[in-house]
Design a binder for this molecule. Structure first.
Ligand code: FES
Length: 96
């Protein structure tokens, strides 16, 4: 099962493939930053430290929000928009 680790605390959880990154973080016991939970506000942005290839490709909607925040989609993702495919992922909460 994919393992998701949330920095800076380093909490981690093993989750099913297809899990939302936001839910995976909550399973790891992290108080995840989120606002709309609907891929429109950008509050949930995280830096992907490792495992970008293990995340679903961004939708046009996610890319629009990342662009508004001036975040490079090759490094940053919105946890409420993206599902984990398979394999480990390490992210860093940008707002903490
Ligand atoms: S919580 Fe609003 S975009 Fe993720």
């Amino acid at each position: 099962m994919p393992k998701v680790t949330i920095l800076p605390g380093g909490n981690s959880a093993e989750v099913e493939p297809g899990e939302l990154l936001l839910e995976a973080g909550e399973k790891a016991g992290v108080d995840m930053e989120a606002g709309c939970s609907n891929c429109s506000c950008g509050t949930c942005v995280v830096e992907v430290v490792e495992g970008m290839e293990n995340l679903e490709a961004p939708t046009a909607e996610e890319l629009d929000v990342l662009d508004q925040w001036n975040k490079d989609p090759e490094k940053f993702r919105l946890t409420c928009c993206v599902h984990i495919r398979n394999g480990d992922v390490i992210v860093r909460q940008a707002h903490s």
